[in-house]
Design a binder for this molecule. Sequence first.
Ligand code: NAP
Length: 436
Amino acid sequence: MPTFKVAIVGAGPAGYFTAQALQNSQSDELTFQIDMIERLPTPWGLVRSGVAPDHPKIKTVAKVFEKIAKEPNFRLFANVEVGKDVSIKELREKYDAVVLSTGSTIGKKLGIKGEELTNSLSAAQFVPWYNAHPDYTGVEVDLSSDTAVVIGAGNVAMDVARMLALDPAELDPTDTATHALAELHKSKIRNVIICGRRGPEHASFTSPELRDLPKLEHTDVYIDLNEIEKAQVRVEATGEVEKELRNNLEAMRLIAENEKKGVARRLEIKFLTTPLEIKGSGKVEEIVFGINQVEADDKITSTGKTFSIKCGLVITAIGYEVGEFSGVPVENGRITNIGGKVEHNLYVVGWAKRGPNGVIGTNKSDASDVVDLLISELKEPKESNGISDLLKSGHEVIDQVGWEKINASEILSGEPHGKPRIKEVDWKLLISLGRA
Ligand code: NAP
């Protein structure tokens, strides 16, 4: 029975669903040895460092990941950096197939004047900061002003805005990074404004997330009802309206109509506003927007009018792209691929393949399609010990047992505080926890 060796680079959702698809494809004629390689000492990718801490239900998918990891044909090699500790070329020589599931980590830029000012941040910095990613503990986030502006009308913008607008006491029983929680408790921000460049009907928010907003106990959420009604008229005029869009607009209408509590913390969603310039002497003080309109053909045009918001913090959440990665070809912010194939025995899945879209579950069918292609291209299995042949002696790998020690230790630390875990942020300490 041939056993093929597959290396998966990146231990996020797309990587785990690739491992699962390989496991599910096994038969009497075909088996796999799966080695998952991860740069950080901890796996789970965006489930650990992306998903908002106040949405713990989304993180329960980690149970699926741990089930996949328990299969005898799965090995974790965390604290191994591809491009430094081993090269892609070496992996491709030792494995029958290499699957890149490295995501996209670079926040897209607005490209406007003032974007480089202090306290103009990207969600690609702010999100891993509040989620205890070891590389982002040093991000300087100044929460001393009363107003923050978040650019983008997607779920990341909403996560970011909620994290800023919540009463931080609501985050106490979560796994928010200890350093971020301390800053959020001192935060003076009471007014958070999300600005989308197109209309409500073009927003990328999903309705479960919108429907959660009026449930915030200590924050009033505002949307201009008039804007939603105009959008509803526009979409109805087009004829058939997709269910998802109808649900989204209905969820926005509910927010607009929801009785306000009269509390000091407010979160507002504004549409048809394009950021033109961030102003300030050294540090963000104001952001200028152009006002847009929706034309009859659904085109967005500028009205020529502008307005500005005085604020001390601007966070852009306008999408992500892959960074330079070991000479792998990149195009339009993604690894160049056709249906997940990059080159001979090199594949890509997840955001690195298709761009930063879809929810965690989207990666399941996506990975399964790529695994089908990978299997169809397998020839004779290679004779090798895989990555064990490549790592320098003494290289400290965090394997599944090591990760389980880290996991158990974090969960134990959280217990007395009523938290699901307290995440360790120090790389060296993480490694020593994995060794203990
Ligand atoms: P997204 O859904 O693609 O939203 C990006 C937003 O940025 C869009 O509103 C886009 O507007 C706007 N934008 C892009 N370029 C811009 C520019 N130059 N100026 C102003 N606005 C600009 O991306 P995301 O929010 O980063 O989310 C990524 C994926 O993760 C999505 O599929 C999302 O649903 C998912 N996610 C899910 C959850 C959850 O399920 N709870 C949480 C977080 C993220 P245009 O449409 O006009 O381009």
